[in-house]
Design a protein around this ligand. Structure first.
Ligand code: GLU
Length: 334
């Protein structure tokens, strides 16, 4: 889907700071105007309330590790964070229990199967495989410190709000819509429990997980949360350390291999950045040391990734020379 972007030629591979503000600002505006009229993709409806999203909404934000912020379009439009919460809850769990334990208890390999696959759990004898699919995310949420579901929820709510730099609130309508229709996630949790993979009651884990997915964010919140990971775990505006540099690194590594569902390999091949998307149409792409792009546009590709969001990130990654694997100008150009 990125072939039509072939005219976007990066000036150089960027190994340091981003270009001057006027240039970044013009590119963010260009990313918006290029794709605002694209109409491919389908708004998610398996969680009933998500079907009410407006397909034309399109917001883009870019926040540098220095805190410089650029936003365009519907960047103030709030939407539920959905799967993108998985990245930040994983970071909180890594910080709490450490690299070895998350590797052993959750895993870091892509399943190659849809995000809500039950068969992936069976095929891997109960291993949740990675924290970015629902099985792994529910197992990760279950490992959050706290001696009750409400203590675990407080830990997540506080942690994700610290990443964003403001108190996030739950969209109760989204929570209600999902909790009353999420038989599949309940089945996944029961299956994990049958393999003794959950340290808590499976339905409690699903409830906390569903609540974390219903946190309302904007594209600017996503960019800020991503920029905190880009900045080695330090919030770019407040200077507060949210997670260690090692945890930020480990989180980005998992996003690189598992962040865009079963299209993660294609994404990395084309864009070269760790990223995470969610079924409400959000996406965050992170350029380590430099900053992050947050985008919102509800129509999704068949894997569940925002179509305009991917295109905007692709454009900005190329125009700003963000591909992690490029070492010279030629490699960035297409
Ligand atoms: N809450 C959603 C679910 O569990 C998140 C899915 C997603 O964004 O990938 O199905």
């Amino acid at each position: 889907m990125f072939e039509s972007d072939a005219s976007t030629v990066a000036q150089q591979a960027n190994t340091g700071a981003l270009p001057p503000a006027s240039e970044v600002s013009a590119l963010v505006r260009e990313a918006h105007s290029r794709y605002a009229s694209h109409s491919e993709g389908k708004v998610a409806d398996y969680i009933p309330i998500l079907a009410r999203a407006q397909a034309e909404h399109f917001g883009i934000s870019l926040i540098e590790a220095t805190g410089a912020t650029y936003s365009v379009g519907d960047w103030q439009q709030s939407f539920s964070i959905q799967s993108i919460s998985k990245a930040f809850v994983f970071a909180l769990v890594c910080d709490a229990i450490g690299h070895e334990a998350v590797h052993r208890r959750i895993g870091v390999n892509n399943t190659g199967l849809p995000f809500n696959s039950v068969i992936a759990v069976e095929l891997n004898r109960g291993s949740p495989m990675n924290p970015m699919v629902n099985a792994g995310a529910i197992a990760t949420t279950a490992l959050i410190p706290g001696d009750s579901p409400s203590a675990q929820w407080d830990y997540i709510h506080n942690g994700l709000s610290r990443f964003a730099g403001r108190e996030l609130r739950v969209d109760e309508l989204v929570y209600e819509s999902e909790i009353s229709t999420n038989q599949r996630n309940r089945s996944i949790a029961e299956l994990l429990d049958s393999y003794e993979r959950l340290p808590v009651d499976p339905l409690d884990a699903v409830d906390v997980y569903t609540r974390q997915c219903a946190l309302a964010v904007t594209s600017q919140d996503l960019a800020m949360m991503g920029a905190t990971l880009a900045d080695g775990g330090v919030h770019p505006i407040s200077g507060e350390r949210i997670v260690s540099a090692e945890v930020a690194r480990d989180t980005l590594t998992v996003l690189a291999s598992c962040g865009l569902y079963e299209r993660s390999g294609e994404w990395l091949f084309e864009i070269g950045l760790p990223a995470k998307s969610g079924v409400s149409g959000g996406i965050v792409a992170i350029a380590p040391g430099k900053g992050a792009i947050g985008a919102y546009s509800p129509p999704l590709d068949p894997a569940g990734n925002s179509v305009r969001g991917q295109r905007a990130c692709a454009y900005l990654s190329r125009a700003l020379g963000l591909n992690l694997f490029a070492s010279n100008a030629q490699q960035q150009a297409r």
